[in-house]
Design a protein around this ligand. Structure first.
Ligand code: ADP
Length: 449
């Protein structure tokens, strides 16, 4: 087992990983940019290293600085968290070439799955259903038009390197297809330095259901059941829960085993997520693999009792998984909400600044993953998430009641947050019945945005 791990991230996930290290009696080294100097989570680390200025490209994304920090501090492994360098196979390769273990999958698996159109090829090889698509990159406008005419509108233009809802455009007719192609290309080029795109049939009001996977370097892969992440705004998740409500058990089992099959096909190890869309007839279609730990991983930790970050560290050190598939059960209902420093009354504009009051909720079955405290300044440079609030209860109805109570208790002053919209969501009868899809928030709750 490692003695010292460097955490190449910031905010709540940095704190989450530091805690997991300490729970395993491993020292944690935190890196920070100048914008995060003095940030509260750094106090928990055993050592800290400044890796550059506020701009991510010069700090949290700067591979040589992070590897140098690991070497200087004698760290044997790097945990990348999510975002930043977590899905960058070049980073994984350079860590390992420097004799530092990258806590994640193999470079080969990252290369085969990291890109949306390539991962669909792996899915098809594993006999996992995929959304009908262009089966490869779209090179010309004519090719796109031909595909769209064949499968029928609406279609979705998707950047192969896309993520976080970026590089995606819906086209309902040929004119929209032409503008959508250009817009998706430009957005992906700017965000990911890769403007390649492909097309998919745009499914009508699907649900987003994803399967958590963990595997070791000895060929064992298990699933930790599913999470429903259908509540999204602009393809960004706001609420996640497990189990997925109203999903027939047979479909759940089929999806989970399909995800394991795909992971085995790619010789996948460490934590990963297989994302699916589920249509109104409960057919499921693979959309992508996230080859890292996800924001919403605690939902699964609550229902299964597995500490996913600990498992990641263990398997990266070459140990076998601590669980077999038969040990894994889904108990009760867990729900997570993302509390972002954004103003829902003002088109969700970012709301950085100093947090004056921070009074989080508590009680049985409540978990708060957050790096924030009163007096903390939310910087404008990074992701706006300030907390993940989770509840775990025997039934979904109880989980809803506790979540409503927690949202009422939570007092944040000094910045705007998504708490008001979350309160509206948890009072919505359709959501209470579990009858929502990925378009629900924009179609029903915020029809004008
Ligand atoms: P990202 O990597 O940017 O998060 P995903 O491929 O995971 O992109 O898709 C994000 C969301 O976009 C999905 O959860 C779903 O809401 C929507 N989406 C993606 N593909 C389709 C599709 N073919 N039809 C309808 N909605 C889709």
């Amino acid at each position: 087992m490692f003695n010292r791990i460097l955490v190449a991230n910031r905010g709540e996930i940095a704190l989450r990983v530091i805690r997991a290290c300490h729970d395993l009696n491993i020292e944690a080294v935190a890196v920070y940019s100048e914008a995060d100097r003095g940030a509260p989570w750094l106090d928990h680390a055993d050592q800290t290293v400044c890796i550059g200025p506020a701009v991510s490209a010069e700090s949290y994304l700067k591979i040589p600085r992070i590897i140098a920090a690991a070497e200087k501090t004698g760290s044997q492994a790097i945990h990348p968290g999510y975002g930043f360098l977590s899905e960058n196979s070049r980073f994984a390769e350079q860590c390992r070439a420097s004799g530092i273990e990258f806590i994640g999958p193999s470079v080969d698996a990252m290369d085969r799955l990291g890109n949306k159109d390539k991962s669909k090829t792996v899915a098809r090889a594993a006999k996992v259903p995929t959304v009908p698509g262009s089966d490869g990159l779209i090179e010309s406008e004519d090719e796109a038009k031909r595909f769209a005419r064949n499968v029928g509108y609406p279609v979705l233009v998707k950047a192969s390197a896309g993520g976080g809802g970026r590089g995606m455009r819906v086209a309902r007719d040929e004119a929209e297809l032409v503008t959508g192609l250009a817009a998706a290309r430009a957005e992906a080029e700017a965000a990911f330095k890769d403007g390649s795109v492909f097309l998919e049939k745009y499914l009508d009001r699907p649900r987003h259901v994803e399967v958590q996977l963990v595997g070791d370097q000895h060929g064992n892969v298990i699933h930790l059941f599913e999470r429903d992440c259908s509540l999204q705004r602009r393809h960004q998740k706001l609420v996640e829960e497990s189990p997925s409500p109203n999903l027939p058990d047979k479909v759940r089992q089929e999806m989970c085993t399909a995800a394991v099959r795909l992971a085995k096909e790619a010789k996948y190890y460490n934590a990963g997520t297989c994302e699916f869309l589920v249509d109104q007839q409960n057919n499921f279609y693979f959309i992508e693999v996230n080859a890292r730990v996800q924001v919403e991983h605690p939902v699964t930790e609550l229902v299964t009792g597995v500490d996913i970050i600990r498992e990641q560290i263990r398997v990266a050190a070459g140990e076998k998984l601590s669980y077999a598939q038969k040990d894994i059960q889904q108990r009760g209902c867990a729900i997570e909400v993302r509390i972002n420093a954004e103003d829902p009354a003002n088109d969700f504009r970012g709301s950085p600044g100093v947090v004056k009051t921070w009074r989080p909720p508590g009680g049985p079955g409540v978990r708060l993953d957050s790096h924030v405290c009163a007096g903390y300044r939310v910087p404008s440079n990074y992701d706006s998430m300030v907390a993940k609030l989770l509840v775990h209860q025997p039934t979904r109805a109880e989980a809803f009641a506790v979540m409503r109570r927690c949202l009422r208790e939570f007092v944040v002053e000094g910045i705007h947050t998504t708490i008001p919209i979350l309160k509206t969501i948890f009072d919505n009868p359709q959501f209470i019945e579990g009858k929502v899809d990925t378009t629900f928030i924009e179609r029903v709750l915020l029809p004008r945005t």
